[in-house]
Design a protein around this ligand. Structure first.
Ligand code: AMP
Ligand code: MG
Length: 410
C-alpha cells in the first residue's frame, strides 16, 4: 500500500494546464482565465445620477431652502442639449448623464414642486451628492480578473461591461468516460442473470458536468483486453483525460490496469492506496500529448471517492484553475464514526448540516460499504477519518463539502 499523499503526488505532478484559447464570453462560465484581464474602459464612462430626482448646482443651495426653475428633463440613455445655468434645475432619472453645468442631485422624495416649473430644494445639498463619477467602478488598467481565476457570473458581467465579447481562458477539459465489466447491462436493457446496471458511467458523466468540464461518453466495454484497449485508445485520441472504471483490482479479468500500463509505455502505476473505499487505483500518461488516464475501482462508492480524491483535482489543474481542491472544513460529529486501526484513511459519505450554533455538524452517515450507492443520494459531504479513531460525538472531523446548498436543508 502507498500513502494517499504519494498517490496524489504521482497523479498531479505530471499535469499542466491545457493551452489557452479565446472563447466567447457566454461560453466561458467556469473556465479559468489564462492571463490577468485588464480594464480598457472606465466604468461608468460618464457622470450620472444615482437617484431619480433633480440636478442643479450645489452652490445654489448654500443658503438653505432654494427655489429653482425646471428647464429640462433627462432620462437614462438620453443627453440634455442644454447647459444648466445658476438658478436652474433639471429633472433627472437614475443613470442619466448629468448635464453640463450641473454638479449635484437631490432625490425626488426630498423635494417639493410648485407647479410644473419650479422645484423647492429643502436644504443645502453637498456638492456631488447622488452623483456617480467616471471610473467609480472600474478604472482603465485595473485588473478585473486575475489569471487562473474561475470565471463566475460577476466576472462574466464585469467583462461584458468592458464591451468584451470573448475572453482568453484555459481550454475546458474534454474528458472521456467508459465502464468495463462483462456484468454491465445498459440502463435501458433488461437484466440477464448475473448482470447489473452500469452506474459508474452515468455517475462520472454527471460528476464531470458538475465540475464544469466537457464529458464524453465512450460506453461500456466487456472484460476483454482488446476491446478495452481499442476503446481507451479512441478515447485518448479525442480527449484531454480519460476515466475508466472497473478492472483495476486483483481479479482474474482486471485488464484495465495492465492496459493503462501498456498504453503509457511504462509511465503508469497501478496502486493500492491506503484509503477506504477506493484502494485500487491506476494512473498513467498516454500518447504524445501525455493524456492522463485514470483507472478507478468498479464499486460505485469507490468510484465517487476516487473521483473526488484524484480525478477532480487533476482536472482542475488541466483547466488551469488556481484552486485545485474542494472546500474542506472541520465539522462537529453528532454521530460517532469509529474507524478500524487499518492504516487507511477512511472516506465516509455523510450528511452535514448547519445547526442552531451556526456550525456545521455531521448528522448522518452512509453505510461503509462501497457497493451501497442509494444512501449517497442524501449525502452532501465526505468525512475524512484517520484510522483507529473513535471519532466520537462532539469531536470534530474534516469533511469535503460536495453540495454546499444542502448544508441548509432542514
Ligand atoms: P471491479 O473493480 O471490476 O472488480 O468491480 C468491483 C465491483 O464493482 C463489482 O461488484 C462490479 O460488478 C462492480 N462494478 C463494476 N463496474 C460497475 C459499474 N459501472 N456500475 C456498477 N457497478 C460496477
Ligand atoms: Mg470488473
Amino acid at each position: 500500500m502507498i500513502s494517499l499523499e504519494e498517490a496524489k503526488e504521482f497523479v498531479l505532478s505530471g499535469l499542466a494546464a491545457l493551452a489557452a484559447e479565446v472563447v466567447a464570453l457566454d461560453q466561458a462560465l467556469g473556465c479559468a482565465t489564462s492571463d490577468d484581464v485588464v480594464a480598457r474602459e472606465q466604468v461608468p464612462s460618464f457622470r450620472n445620477s444615482s437617484m431619480d430626482g433633480f440636478t442643479f448646482r450645489a452652490a445654489d443651495t448654500v443658503t438653505g431652502t432654494t427655489r429653482l426653475r425646471i428647464v429640462d428633463s433627462v432620462m437614462a440613455g438620453h443627453v440634455s442639449s442644454m447647459h444648466l445655468e445658476p438658478g436652474e434645475a433639471m429633472r433627472i432619472m437614475t443613470g442619466a448623464p448629468l448635464p453640463e453645468g450641473a454638479d449635484t442631485v437631490c432625490k425626488i422624495e426630498d423635494v417639493t414642486l410648485e407647479g410644473d416649473d419650479v422645484v423647492v430644494i429643502p436644504r443645502h445639498i453637498d456638492l456631488g451628492d447622488c452623483v456617480r463619477h467616471p471610473g467609480d467602478d472600474v478604472t482603465i488598467g485595473q485588473v478585473l480578473v486575475r489569471a487562473h481565476r474561475e470565471l463566475r457570473a460577476p466576472a462574466i458581467a464585469v467583462l461584458a461591461g468592458q464591451g468584451l465579447g470573448s475572453v482568453r481562458v484555459h481550454r475546458r477539459p474534454r474528458v472521456g468516460v467508459l465502464s468495463t465489466g462483462d456484468e454491465l447491462a445498459l440502463s435501458n436493457e433488461s437484466l440477464r442473470p448475473g448482470q447489473i446496471r452500469d452506474l459508474n458511467r452515468p455517475l462520472l458523466l454527471a460528476l464531470l458536468r458538475e465540475s464544469g468540464v466537457t464529458a464524453v461518453d465512450f460506453g461500456v466495454a466487456a472484460d476483454d483486453h482488446d476491446e478495452i484497449t481499442q476503446l481507451l485508445r479512441g478515447a485518448v485520441s479525442q480527449c484531454d483525460a480519460v476515466i475508466a472504471t472497473g478492472g483495476v483490482s486483483v481479479g482474474d479479468v482486471d485488464h484495465v490496469k495492465l492496459i493503462i500500463d501498456e498504453l503509457s509505455e511504462g509511465r503508469a502505476r497501478s496502486m493500492q492506496v491506503a484509503i477506504k473505499p477506493a484502494k485500487p487505483f491506476a494512473f498513467g500518461l498516454v500518447g504524445d500529448d501525455d493524456t492522463p488516464v485514470f483507472g478507478l475501482p468498479g464499486n460505485p462508492v469507490s468510484t465517487r471517492v476516487s473521483f473526488e480524491v484524484f480525478v477532480r483535482p487533476a482536472l482542475r489543474i488541466l483547466g488551469g484553475h488556481e484552486l485545485v481542491d474542494r472546500l474542506h472544513v472541520l465539522a462537529t460529529l453528532d454521530i460517532s464514526l469509529p474507524t478500524p486501526d487499518d492504516t487507511k484513511t477512511h472516506f465516509v459519505h455523510v450528511s452535514a448540516r448547519v445547526r442552531g450554533d451556526g456550525r456545521i455538524h455531521v448528522v448522518e452517515a452512509a453505510p461503509h460499504f462501497s457497493h451501497l450507492m442509494s444512501s449517497l443520494v442524501n449525502c452532501n459531504a465526505i468525512a475524512i477519518l484517520a484510522p483507529g479513531g473513535s471519532h466520537g460525538v462532539g469531536e470534530s472531523a474534516p469533511i469535503i463539502i460536495v453540495d454546499a446548498d444542502a448544508l441548509g436543508d432542514p
